[in-house]
Design a protein around this ligand. Structure first.
Ligand code: 3EB
Length: 353
């Protein structure tokens, strides 16, 4: 992807103030034909892009595509003019109602990953305050060399320390209400954090089968991760989306099925079912679990490329081979943040009600 990706397709307003008429909806257009979103005419301005796989703007970090064997882009679109901005490590685009941005911070500079995580989050919180879009809806964290050590501590644990400090300094809670997120390890690039924020809080949802990550015991590191298992966001214009965070083979707080990638995959899917079950009570219409599963847009992160076929067969069998969800699932190579975990699945579901 080149620098033009975030360039809006209509002229940007020059005054710096929020454009009017911009509050009627955010939509996702992605290259997954089986589950393409209805994107009404007029909502064609690209606010931001996540390219799953493929060349990125240097020095961004991104997982690599395994299946389909080419990059898949996800474009967040709005109606009307947008403004681009830069603040420290963050490049972003805003229409006054929604902000999509990407923080990219040098994790090899003095202070390492911990300082980079603090920098990325401190900058993005500043952007959100300035834009008046203070409510994070979803985060995607990509960390190069996630299991490496910085000053004797695993870099993912350093990341958690820096992230938590930025949340605390911004007066943001570290527990209940934390945004939905994934945190994946990449082979190259610098710490990259994509974020989507708006004017209304998303409703956060936890998984009854798992200890909330912000309550993990200290054996997983000196500072618990800051994310919720899922968040339900109102995109406006009658559409909501359930963002399901990175879901791994964890029951309670323990990793289960060590060394067994097929069983780990099945456990991830049971956890996603449990999150869908917990989310159902917050939906306006009474969606059945079956319908919600058929509409899942899954991104499956696989640690070892040689596991792809096995992971895919388990996911496809669970979702049902002929379902839109099975056809829309994409598979990327990335490291899951606990070294013993071989697979992780994130998902979103669009809901007209
Ligand atoms: C887990 O359940 C797996 O640090 O933001 C998943 C999603 C995980 C997000 C994060 C970590 C994060 O603990 C790891």
């Amino acid at each position: 992807m080149d620098a033009s990706t975030l360039t809006p397709s209509v002229p940007v307003s020059q005054d710096g103030g929020p454009p009017t008429g911009a509050t009627d909806g955010l939509r996702c257009r992605h290259d997954r034909p089986a589950l393409a979103w209805p994107v009404p005419a007029g909502r064609e301005t690209v606010l931001g892009v996540i390219c799953h796989g493929g060349a990125q703007d240097e020095p961004r970090a991104a997982p690599e595509p395994l299946w389909p064997p080419h990059p898949v882009a996800e474009r967040w679109q709005v109606r009307g003019p947008v403004r681009q901005g830069w603040w420290g490590s963050v490049r972003y685009c805003s229409n006054g109602a929604w902000v999509f941005g990407t923080a990219c911070a040098d994790d090899r500079a003095p202070g390492g990953m911990e300082a980079a995580a603090w920098r990325a989050y401190a900058d993005l919180f500043t952007v959100l305050e300035r834009e008046g879009c203070t409510h994070l809806q979803r985060l995607w964290n990509y960390l190069p060399d996630i299991h490496g050590l910085d000053d004797g501590l695993e870099r993912y644990r350093r990341f958690n320390l820096g992230r938590a400090r930025a949340f605390a300094e911004a007066g943001r809670g570290l527990g209940e209400g934390a945004p939905a997120a994934c945190a994946m390890g990449t082979r190259t690039g610098a710490l990259t954090v994509h974020f989507l924020a708006g004017r209304q809080p998303a409703r956060t949802i936890e998984n009854p089968r798992q200890v909330s990550a912000y309550h993990y015991p200290p054996r997983y590191g000196p500072c618990s991760p800051t994310f919720s298992r899922a968040a339900l966001a109102d995109l406006g214009g009658g559409l909501r989306v359930l963002f399901i965070s990175g879901t791994a083979s964890i029951v309670g707080h323990e990793s289960v099925h060590l060394g067994d990638v097929a069983a780990q995959t099945a456990e991830c899917l049971r956890n996603i079912d449990a999150v869908l079950g917990a989310a159902r009570q917050h939906l306006v219409r009474s969606w059945s679990l079956e319908v919600l599963r058929e509409r899942l847009e899954c991104t499956v992160y696989v640690r070892r490329p040689t596991d792809l076929d096995l992971v895919r067969s388990v996911v496809t069998a669970h979702l049902g081979a002929t379902t839109p969800a099975a056809q829309a699932a994409i598979y990327l190579r990335a490291d899951v943040c606990r070294a013993e975990l071989l697979v992780e699945i994130e998902a979103q579901v669009a809901l007209d009600g």
